[in-house]
Design a binder for this molecule. Structure first.
Ligand code: NAD
Ligand code: UDP
Length: 320
């Protein structure tokens, strides 16, 4: 099989490239490195089944030869990144999704699109089930990302219904692990970088907002199963173990053993107050549930960030 992965040079995309190569696929990664890094996939370049195309998928995409699967993961994903690149985020979620759907249609390929828990916005239903339509502010600072992903879901379903394309939508909840950027501004790289450097941890608001963190290998397993499932509506993938951001800060402080403190900063506009996936659908349709608990995932990720900090020195965390 030949599998094309947009955003293949990013955090999740690079893990997907590895997984599909390990399954025996030929992999074509497409990326423009707006938020990803060549080093994420440098170790794959020697593999004869791996090919990289430097391209902005918001522009039309032409690929020679057969393609069996298209996975569309290109998009800035951290709030700091999509606030820095709001237009590019809207374009890759609209034009990029249209272009990759067109490619999948031309090649008669399976299609899987990376959606997000952000389609639920600041949710009024907890935990979030796929049937919930969400509470999104289209003109708020997160609107560029949330509405781009909601448009993506709509056009994917239209291609499925109108053209009969074999499509899949994964709604990804906060995922972490090796190859996240130290400076992507998300809570885990910020807290780990700060704790390792002995700086105060920046908690936004009073830290009572919740998130549920999924280790990347669990997510990749769920995505692999979903691609080959006979199911076309959105599926939540994430770890239902929910924690407040303040407790999360304390967990990371305890893990690093550092004598660091907490500094409170303003809560950004429209920051969801709670987030926890209901994964009943994934359990039922994919026989999937996460295997790596937070302690184990954080241990592995901490080793990676310790190395990143020692390579990058004292470069500061990026805060909203
Ligand atoms: P990331 O920023 O590490 O990866 C995204 C990749 O897409 C980067 O390599 C970037 O350079 C590339 N990209 C962006 N725009 C592009 C364009 N126009 N053309 C080509 N390449 C482009 O982020 P990530 O965390 O790996 O997220 C990957 C996908 O998963 C995104 O679509 C994101 O919305 C989705 N997602 C991630 C999470 C999470 O917790 N990590 C949660 C929900 C959804
Ligand atoms: N957050 C925080 N300090 C930081 C970065 C983030 O307290 O340095 C909070 C943020 O306000 C949000 C949560 O942590 O409530 C998760 O933020 P992240 O940027 O990782 O992604 P989100 O889940 O909001 O998309």
């Amino acid at each position: 099989m030949r599998t094309l992965i947009t955003g293949g040079g990013g955090f999740i995309g690079s893990h997907l490239c590895e997984r599909f190569l390990a399954e025996g696929h030929e992999v074509v990664a497409v990326d423009n490195f707006i938020t990803g890094r060549p080093e994420n996939i440098a170790h794959l370049n020697a593999n004869s089944r791996f090919k990289f195309i430097h391209h902005d998928v918001s522009c039309p995409l032409d690929v020679d030869g057969p393609v069996d699967n298209v996975l569309h993961f290109a998009s800035p994903a951290s709030p700091v990144d999509y606030l820095n690149y709001p237009i590019q985020t809207l374009k890759v979620g609209s034009l990029g999704t249209h272009n990759t759907l067109g490619l999948a249609k031309a090649k008669n390929a399976r299609y899987l699109m990376a959606s997000t828990s952000e389609v639920y916005g600041d949710p009024e239903i907890h935990p979030q089930r796929e049937e919930y339509w969400g509470n999104v502010n289209p003109i708020g600072i997160r609107g560029c990302y949330d509405e781009a992903k909601r448009f993506s879901e709509a056009i994917v379903m239209a291609y499925h219904r109108y053209h009969g394309l074999n499509t899949h939508i994964v709604r990804i909840f906060n995922t972490y692990g090796e190859r996240m950027r130290l400076d992507d501004g998300r809570v885990l790289p910020n807290f780990m970088g700060q704790a390792i450097r002995g700086e105060p941890l920046t908690v936004y608001g009073d830290g009572s907002q919740t998130r549920s963190f999924c280790y990347v290998s669990d997510l990749v397993e769920g995505i692999y199963r979903l691609l080959f499932a006979d199911f076309h509506e959105p599926v939540n993938l994430g770890n239902p173990s929910e924690i407040t951001i303040l407790e999360f800060a304390k967990e990371i402080m305890a893990l690093t053993g550092g004598q660091v403190s907490i500094v409170y900063k303003d809560l950004p506009q429209d920051d969801p107050k709670v987030r926890q996936p209901d994964i009943s659908r994934a359990r039922q349709i994919l026989g999937w549930e996460p295997k790596v608990d937070r302690r184990e995932g954080l241990d592995r990720t901490l080793r990676y960030f310790q190395e990143q900090v020692s390579r990058q020195g004292k470069s500061p965390s990026v805060c909203l």
